[in-house]
Design a protein around this ligand. Structure first.
Ligand code: 13P
Length: 246
């Protein structure tokens, strides 16, 4: 049982359409009825749904975020791209950056750093994803990778108060696997220590579901969860939130 203030972030990835938004009514109802529980729910749908979702959530406690942006803070000739201020304009308050699915298609720490700077300028809060691949884990390089990603992605960013870190081991995403709790605790402490006294909120992401949440919630140093697949089903998502506080 936790008394902490917890984040539950739904990363819908490239799923969902206008009809899907109807399924959120049960989450809104749940959030309104949960007077005692202290949590923040942030939905990060595809860009096409940010405007309709933010309108729908206007009088609720739920917030909307984006999943990525172009690094250029200004408008420009970048066909198919959307920048941070355009996302802010349609209702996003948060943005996921550095997700491994984007890193895998060539996104570098340097580019992520530029994106973070542009998103902070636009007034968005950042959910920065970091995590090691299976290969890196096997070579015992987890801490090295985390340290490098933190250092490079947050280079020359002084204002860290608007940043949340999501530790997502790449090998745990969509696989049903989660780290051994002991290892996960150690990685979270390692990340916290990198920031010293001003540690940001740290979330875990990777195959979070209604079964493993019972174990994950016992890691006291965690401030919440970044949920992929299970967040697309409102019943499953509510179940995760409820069990975190049980
Ligand atoms: P899954 O919960 O589907 O493993 O996805 C995790 C994730 O990538 C969240 O950003």
């Amino acid at each position: 049982m936790t008394n902490k203030y917890m984040y539950f972030i739904a990363n819908w990835k490239m799923f969902g359409n206008l009809r899907t938004l109807n399924s959120l009514d049960s989450v809104i109802k749940f959030s309104n009825s949960s007077k005692k529980n202290k949590f923040k729910i942030i939905y990060c749908p595809p860009n096409t749904l940010i405007r309709p979702l933010s309108k729908r959530l206007k009088k609720t406690k739920l917030l909307v975020g984006a999943q990525n942006c172009h690094h250029n803070e200004n408008y420009g000739a970048f066909t198919g791209s959307v920048n941070a201020k355009m996302l802010k304009d349609v209702g996003a308050k948060y943005i996921i950056l550095g997700h491994s699915e984007n890193r895998q298609s060539g996104e570098t720490d340097k580019l992520i750093n530029l994106k973070i700077k542009s998103a902070i300028k636009a007034g968005l809060k950042i959910i920065l994803c970091i995590g090691e691949t299976l290969n890196e884990k096997r070579k015992n390089k987890t801490n090295q990778v985390l340290a490098k990603q933190i250092k490079n992605c947050l280079k020359s960013i002084n204002k860290k108060s608007d940043i949340v870190i999501a530790y997502e081991p790449v090998w745990s995403i969509g696989t049903g696997l989660i780290p051994k709790l002991d290892n996960l605790s150690k990685s979270i402490s390692f990340i916290k220590n990198k920031f010293g006294k001003k540690s940001p909120k740290i979330l875990y992401g990777g195959s979070v579901n209604g079964n493993n949440i019972a174990q994950l919630k016992d890691i006291n140093s965690l401030d919440g969860f970044l949920v992929g697949g299970a967040s697309q089903n409102s019943k499953k998502f509510i179940d995760i939130i409820k069990k975190t506080f049980n």
